[in-house]
Design a protein around this ligand. Sequence first.
Ligand code: ADP
Length: 257
Amino acid sequence: YASLNEMGALYSMFDQMRTEIMYLSMQRIQQEKAQKELITNISHEIKTPITTIKAYIDSILEGVCSDTETMLEYVEIMRTHTDKMARLVEDLLLQTLQDLGQITVEPREQYSREVLHKILKPIGHYVRTNELTYIGPQEIPNVLIYIDAIRIEQVISNLVSNALKHTPPSGSIRIDVQLEAGMLKVIIADTGSGIRPQDMPFVFERYFRGNPGSAPQRGTGLGLSICKTIIEAHGGTISFTSKHGEGTTFYFTLPLC
Ligand code: ADP
């Protein structure tokens, strides 16, 4: 009996090991698949703006731009596409740092009105060049916050870029800043496609990309996971509400000093 019992125990130990090995190799396969998909998506994401920029440069060199107005329009389009590439490279860098557990925030005390005004200033223009209506904050509460302005700018820029991606022309993007429960709350709302209920639990997960029909571009699935890391490193929270077909509102909070 003793040896039968021992064999039974040994068998269940092996069985457990086998399950663990299978689980680990499945995880490994999934990670490798995600990495490969990431490279495909990055290549695609970079190829599109490069092709566009090159087409505009070619037109300029061929003398298609006869007047300053058209030239400025072309340069503006090239700038939008360059910004897109810059954001993508920044996301990739941040993702590597996140993997290494090294996303650093270097906060300092500053007044919310000044810093947010500076961050939001170019956004209205950016939204309007995408043929959408921009509704900025009425008044930004002026409180002392302890933040890394560069990182918070990355968060806002990611959220606005998502809103742009998922909102068809003639829609609108609204940004608001409020004081709520002793925190500063930044709200970015769009009138776009919304997020499907089945995608909602996963949007902050790395590499997750939701409904493919909702945006013309593919994306890398990194943006929101990076936003969450940055906001949580500041001691804040990030969340959203969304109604499929009606729009999405992302909001994050920052503690006051
Ligand atoms: P990416 O935009 O590269 O796909 P993100 O991490 O920024 O990655 O977003 C993850 C997913 O969340 C997106 O693929 C999309 O399905 C959904 N999503 C994010 N923001 C919005 C939004 N404003 N409207 C609709 N869906 C959104």
